[in-house]
Structures are given as C-alpha cells and as structure tokens.
Design a binder for this molecule. Sequence first.
Ligand code: NI
Ligand code: MN
Length: 227
Amino acid sequence: MTKVTWLGHASMAIETNNYRILVDPFINGNPAAAVKEEELNADFILVSHGHGDHVGDTVSIAKRTNALVISNFEIATWLGNQGVRTHPQHIGGGYQHPFGYLKLTQALHGSALPDGSYGGNPAGFLLTTLDGKKLYFACDTGLFGDMRLIGEEGIDLAVLPIGDNFTMGPTDALRAVKLIQPKHVIPIHYNTWDLIAQNVNDWKATVESETAAKVHVLSPGGSLQLE
Ligand code: NI
Ligand code: MN
C-alpha cells in the first residue's frame, strides 16, 4: 500500500511499505502548511531543487529524525556540509533505495539555494514502489515534451504543479496530463499565495473531460491511497 499526503504548497508525504518519505518539506513560512514541523517524521527526504519553498525545513527535520536526504549532487553537498546524511543522484540516474527505485527526472526551472549557493539543475522524481506502483512528482517545472517519455513508463500517479507564474499553469498542466497519461493526478503548487491562485475544481473538470485521468483535489493534510 502506498499513501500520498499533500502537506500544502509542494510538500508531500509518502508512506510506502512502512517507509516514510517527505518531498520538499516546507512548513515554517508556508501559509498552507497542514502540519507542524515537529510533527513530521521521516526515514527519507527528497529535495527537488534549491528554492526556499522546497528545501524548506529539510535541515532541521533531517537532523531531528536522522532521515537520509536524496537530492542532486550540488544540493546533497550543500546539505552534507550542514551535517545532514545525504545520497546524491542526478537527472536520468536511478537507484534502488529500501523504499523503491527512485530516478531523478528533468525539470525546467531554477535551483539556486537560499544562501545563493549553486543548486545544480532542478529535478523531478519518478518512484517505482516495491509493489510496482509508479509515482511521478514533476516538482517545479514548465511543460516539456519529454513528459511523454516519462509517461511511457506507465504512471499510476502524477503530482503536478498548476499554479502558473513560477511553474506550469492550468493550461500547460492539462497538456502535461495528455503527455503523461497517468491514472491519477494530484495538483499542487497553487493557492499558497495570491500570485499562484487557481480554480482547481475547474481544472479537475477540464482534465477529466479531456483525458482518462482521475484528478484528486486534496485539501492540505488530505491523502490519496493507491491500492
Ligand atoms: Ni522553485
Ligand atoms: Mn516552488
């Protein structure tokens, strides 16, 4: 069983085969945060890129929980210098972790770290769980045609940004669904601030009328369980 919880903005929690994984845990300073930082537990933390709304509280959560942080080489080095346990990967590279096979995918975005350090290239994550489910976290990105290649792997769940301005907006996120052809979609990275406000129910209706995907509109704290 795999359960995916939206913690608000772009922060996700994955529970799979008794492993607890956080993606881009940004709690302090996140007006949409559904939890308190000290309530979060993790065995692994995935960091997609260097921006503050994604690195977020990674350092303090990793130090408190001793979670292993997986990110690109540059961010892993930056976190390692702060005493965090890390596993570096890079785009196109996959690794069999205890919780599943995790591959970094390309993302069209930036990645400077909060202190101005070079954060390498931004990434998304493609996770194949131990029971064979494929979860694609596009993370912060614009639309790109090679989403079609990711879709060829057979995606059970795609987690896509729809907020516009900093990432894909609703129109391009619909095109992304058409390229990826996932069974399920969770929209994220919207409504955190006015700048990325979107009508998610309109988007769900459009996607479900034009594609075979089922859109799960979660409230921060809400979950989707993949059987
Ligand atoms: Ni970003
Ligand atoms: Mn962001």
